[in-house]
Design a protein around this ligand. Structure first.
Ligand code: GAP
Length: 596
């Protein structure tokens, strides 16, 4: 993953947001190539659904909507994650993302400043009944002083040591120790197997520093072996105790208008879907669509993620591509078609039928989306379909499939395709008081449509495409010697730059003039990068590294006198490095065939 992150920065795919100020966790900027990559993703998705299908229309809604939208959708009350903080390293986690750990939990009852600790050791060493080992004895004694019967423990300790109970110096030391213990809260540290218990002591020392100063003595109450512990920090070098979970709403708040009051609170949308539901009636009226039909939207969404991580995978600002596809309830399908078709393996899911209920529509969309991923270079064998189990499903969902991709950091969700029933429209009808019903002329009934929702993330997909494309291989250099190269094997459809155009030498005006003419010929049809500096091999490598699938080189034959070669160029394929000689007149057609 580090190599991909570094390539993204080096070649201008993705930068940290506000990098000059140290960055802002969970926010990313896309550089020139990243912007092209994302644009290609969006355009291909938009074209596939709103232009190449008759039954999906587009929407571009505002990011901030009436707060009631989020009450109706349930986001105000239920869009919460359980958040925990590590008491030692202060990192924040989502509790459900903390992996189980094994080790020994060392529980500390508090800490004592070294000043008091040393005074106690000296007191023990000077006492008439001094024990042989003063430091362990002191630690044991302090543990008892931390208990509920601290006063009694003080008296017993003085007696045990043979020190008079009214010895003012001794009493002051014990009072000082008790005061330290009273203000230092208990904490525990999980020590992984094979690690020394001193690890826990160092961590506890760090934890207690603010109360008792640089050098202090954490007092170990007990050490207990545990398995499957999720109450400790998962950071490999920490293991500190986690705070009890607190529920944390993920919506980002703002205020609309000049007054920052409760009535003016608004939210940056956490998903694009709700605008589609809220505009369902308007779009229905103007688009002359009939159920079944869908509304598609691409746009920014914001979530105050507790723990943004894995580069852009979990961000606080990201983009979604969502379709709400409205269908008849099964009872209405039954009424109109006489039966509701059931799924059988191998059936044709590409052509919708009047007897399809939610189950087949849902499978249709899963299949459509897998085919779309295939069309941009994420093969079926690179994806995994996770059918959510009943306990994973949202209470209103009938089924949900997560399309997952194996990122370098594990198998993770790219897209969710949910059968959401009539939950959302019913909620908006209830909260707005406006009817969300549809009159079905064929069935002669009125109903609230049900919904199938394919919901994908643009940024996650861009990251998956970068991970899938990244490759290191060896190709022959100009002298035919093997040379290591980094190459992004993007599918030509998503590649940010489609073709590089190179004059063989930059100091030959006839080559440069022709190359510029070829660049201008291609430009109206595709993204072109013109490069005349450096050895031709190095120019190829630069384009390989950013995933440009084709390279066109203008050489001496292009401008020579041989009529068979004049006005021909070499067309190089990024993946095979093979070159073919093609006529300039043919270039646009040949390239368009390969990049579309
Ligand atoms: N309307 C349904 C919905 O929003 P979701 O599973 O929460 O469902 C859908 O989000 C998709 O949005 C995810 O599959 C993912 O691709 C993308 N997504 C969600 N949260 C994200 C985040 N914090 N960072 C990047 N992408 C995210």
């Amino acid at each position: 993953m580090e190599k991909i992150v570094s390539l993204c920065k080096r070649r201008g795919f993705i930068f940290q947001s506000s990098e000059i100020y140290g960055g802002l966790n969970g926010f990313w900027d896309y550089g020139p190539l990243g912007a092209e990559l994302k644009r290609n993703i969006r355009d291909l998705w938009w074209r596939a659904y709103t232009q190449l299908r008759d039954d999906v229309v587009g929407l571009d809604a505002s990011i901030i909507m009436h707060p009631k939208v989020w009450e109706a959708s349930g986001h105000t009350t239920t869009f919460n994650d359980p958040m925990v903080d590590c008491m030692v390293c202060k990192k924040r986690f989502r509790l459900d993302q903390v992996e189980p750990q094994t080790g020994t939990v060392c529980a500390f009852v508090g800490a004592v400043s070294s000043q008091y600790f040393e005074q106690l050791v000296a007191l023990i060493q000077q006492a008439p009944n001094r024990p042989a080992e003063s430091v362990p004895f002191a630690l044991e004694a302090i543990k008892r002083l931390a208990g509920a019967e601290a006063e009694l423990a003080s008296a017993q300790l003085l007696e045990q040591l043979g020190v008079a109970p009214d010895n003012a110096d001794a009493v002051a030391i014990l009072n000082g120790i008790r005061a330290c213990l009273a203000r230092t809260p208990p904490v525990s540290v999980l020590v992984p197997p094979k690690r020394h218990i001193d690890h826990a002591r160092h961590k506890a020392q760090r934890f207690y520093q603010p109360w008792v100063g640089e050098s202090c003595w954490p007092i170990l109450g007990q050490a207990q072996p545990v398995t499957e512990d999720r109450t400790h920090c998962p950071e490999p070098d920490c293991g500190g105790q986690l705070t009890p979970p607190r529920m944390f709403n993920l919506m980002l708040k703002t205020f609309v208008g000049p007054v920052e009051s409760e009535e003016n609170v608004a939210y940056l949308r956490p998903e694009t879907a709700q605008a589609i539901f809220a505009q369902f009636k308007n779009v229905l009226e103007v688009s002359r669509q009939k159920i079944p039909f869908g509304i598609a939207q691409i746009g920014k969404a914001f979530r105050n993620e507790i723990n943004p991580r894995n580069f852009t995978f979990r961000s606080r600002e990201f983009e979604q591509m969502e379709i709400e596809f409205f269908i008849r309830p099964d009872e209405v399908v039954q009424k109109v078609a006489g039966s509701v078709a059931t799924y059988s393996p191998g059936m044709d899911l590409s052509r919708p039928q009047p007897n399809w209920g939610w189950e087949l529509w849902h499978r249709h969309w899963v299949e459509q989306r897998v085919q779309w991923y295939e069309s941009i270079g994420l093969g079926r064998d690179r994806l995994d379909l996770h059918w959510q189990t009943p306990d994973e499903l949202a209470h209103y969902a009938k089924a949900c499939v997560d399309i997952q991709y194996r990122f370098p950091f594990g198998l993770q969700e790219l897209e969710g395709i949910a059968a959401r029933g009539d939950f959302d429209l019913t909620q908006h009808q209830k909260f707005s008081g406006k009817s969300m019903e549809y009159f079905d002329e064929e069935a002669r009934v009125r109903y609230i449509p049900h919904v199938i929702e394919p919901s994908a993330g643009v940024d996650r997909l861009a990251l998956a495409l970068l991970c899938e494309a990244y490759c290191e291989d060896e190709v022959p250099d100009e002298q035919g010697r093997p040379e290591r190269r980094v190459v992004l094997r993007f599918h030509p459809r998503v590649a940010p730059i489609k073709v590089g155009v190179f004059p063989l030498l930059k100091n030959r005006p006839e080559l440069v003039a022709k190359a510029r003419a070829v660049r201008d010929l291609l430009r109206p049809h595709m993204t072109v990068f013109y490069d005349e500096s450096g050895a031709i091999g190095r120019r190829y490598r630069r384009q390989d590294e950013i995933g440009t699938p084709f390279g066109v080189t203008i050489d001496f034959d292009t401008v020579g006198q041989d009529p068979r070669l004049r006005d021909t160029v070499t067309l190089r394929d990024r993946d095979t490095c093979r070159q073919e000689r093609v006529k300039i007149d043919e270039l646009v057609r040949l390239l368009l065939e390969r990049i579309r």
